[in-house]
Design a protein around this ligand. Structure first.
Ligand code: FAD
Length: 456
């Protein structure tokens, strides 16, 4: 269809930028609206001297050929930063000590993290038959029914806290990990299903092993920056908040810049926004808000505290990606990333960088805590867990008051509201972390899909 379409993309996070990039490549006329003064949304890398701080996401999983192609097209191959070898170790706290997490089912056999009973339970999972559940269940119940409670407490719980800052007892199995839900339906055993999927990927020519963990020389921020350069500054409106849409053969889009309302006409409108702004958006001349229900999606706060220390202040070898805290350990922080062990060039010589994540659904109260309180908590926990002594030589705090949407039980109702909104208003397209998965990789795929749909 017509590449000359005029398309409004609302939201300059990674989803909107990817959508606008593909639309422009296809020859469409694009205008991207971003409410803040910079593109990237949650992706924000800050360089301060020899310190490189990731305010939001810290790494990207390169798990699709589309993503590899995008990085190449953007000319970012020379800027690639792949995770350092040590980063393959991941620690989980057990009885107050960081214990290496098993990286594969065979490694589980020797892991001190789980009891013999729990290990036998994991291997029994291989015999599970395909199952069609009548209704969605919590992720904890789902994983528990395959691997038992110990794996939920010391495997799933910290993992989910690291990804969603969420609670597996509330997250929906079907919506938060749809690939596992599908494996259960088709193969039964999650382990067998994953082995099968890995074999199929290899047969299709994909590299074997887990997907590379990626960033760029100057951090993940390089990606939105490169996308914005390709889209071109003339087609990106910063400090511009879209407030309403008027459907019709052509869409009327209303936005405000410096308090001034303005209107433009477009053939299609792509919304790549978080749930709050989607819920607020009026669609129609009577101020209807078809996505109002999305205001009920739970978005806990996350606080990311970047701390720099001299190497000799830290007893732990920091030979890993980081350490995650199972809820059962009753710690005050969600996890600690060993930022300078994950990627090179994050700290000055003879120094290390750690990023402490706090808040989430476990400790929503910390979203409001002042900087001194958060620093005090982080220092106390780092001393207890990693043997960190003394004051940090550098620190930066970033707050995400509404960080990550929780794909909790009942999330289907929000997805249905989005579908209904699109059906009611042809030409309106919605995607991004509210609908398509929360990881950067999901959002990048969502941006491409939005562009294809807008041109279709
Ligand atoms: C602290 C944190 C750590 C994370 N860690 C990781 C990680 O390590 N790896 C990973 O893969 N993922 C991670 N994620 C998740 C991932 O970063 C996000 O899901 C993803 O960046 C969301 O992209 P998006 O474009 O869909 O939305 P956003 O990044 O939220 O972008 C939406 C944009 O829309 C703009 N906007 C809002 N309202 C309007 C309006 N009315 N008009 C115009 N513009 C508007 C906003 O200003 C924003 O720029 C993390 C997220 C957070 C918060």
């Amino acid at each position: 269809m017509s590449a000359e379409r005029k398309i409004a993309v609302v939201g300059g996070g990674i989803t909107g930028l990817t959508a606008a990039y593909h639309l422009k490549n296809a020859g469409a006329t694009v205008r991207l609206f971003e409410a803040s003064d910079r593109v990237g949304g949650a992706v924000q890398s800050v360089r301060e001297g020899a310190w490189l701080i990731e305010a939001g996401p810290n790494s990207l999983q390169e798990n699709s050929a589309d993503l590899t192609r995008l990085i190449k097209e953007l000319g970012l191959d020379p800027a690639r930063a792949t995770a350092l070898p040590a980063a393959k170790n991941r620690y989980i706290l057990k009885n107050g000590n960081p214990v290496a997490a098993p990286a594969s089912p065979p490694a589980l056999l020797t892991s001190p993290l789980f009891s013999l009973g729990a290990k036998l339970r994991v291997f029994r999972e291989l015999w599970q038959r395909p199952r069609q559940r009548a209704a969605d269940v919590s992720l904890a119940d789902f994983v528990g029914s395959h691997f038992g409670d110990e794996l939920v407490e010391y495997g799933l719980n910290p993992f989910v806290s690291g990804v969603y800052a969420g609670d597996p007892h509330h997250l929906s199995a079907r919506h938060s990990f749809p690939s596992l839900w599908q494996i259960e339906r088709e193969t039964g055993s999650i382990i067998r299903g994953q082995i099968k999927a890995a074999k199929a990927k290899r047969a299709a020519g994909a590299p074997s092993g887990p997907p590379p963990i990626l960033s760029f020389d100057e951090g993940l921020g390089r990606l939105p920056q490169a996308l914005a350069e390709r889209i071109g500054p003339a087609d990106i409106e910063l400090n511009t908040r879209v407030t309403g849409l008027i459907p019709g053969e052509h869409w009327g889009v209303t936005w405000t810049r410096q308090g001034q309302p303005q209107v433009g006409e477009f053939d299609r409108v792509v919304l790549a926004l978080p749930a709050g702004p989607l819920a607020q958006l009026t669609v129609g001349s009577l101020g209807e808000r078809p996505l109002a229900e999305l205001a009920n999606i739970i978005y806990p706060p996350v606080v990311s505290l970047f701390l720099g220390y001299r190497r000799d202040q830290v007893a732990h070898p920091l030979d890993g990606f980081g350490v995650l805290m199972p809820q059962a350990e009753h710690r005050q922080v969600l996890g600690v990333l060993f930022s300078s062990s994950l990627f090179a060039g994050r700290a000055p010589a003879d120094h290390v960088a750690l990023t402490v994540m706090m808040g989430g659904v476990r400790r929503e109260d910390l979203g409001q805590a002042d900087e001194a309180t958060l620093l005090g908590i982080a220092q106390g926990e780092l001393e207890a867990i990693l043997g960190v002594k003394g004051e940090p030589v550098f620190h930066r705090l970033h707050r995400w008051p509404r960080a990550i949407p929780q794909y909790n039980l009942g999330y289907g109702q929000f997805l249905r509201a989005i579908e209904a909104g699109e059906q009611q208003h042809p030409g309106l397209l919605v995607g991004g972390h509210v609908r398509d998965g929360i990881s950067l990789t999901h959002c990048i795929a969502a941006g491409k899909k939005l562009a294809e749909r807008a041109l279709g």
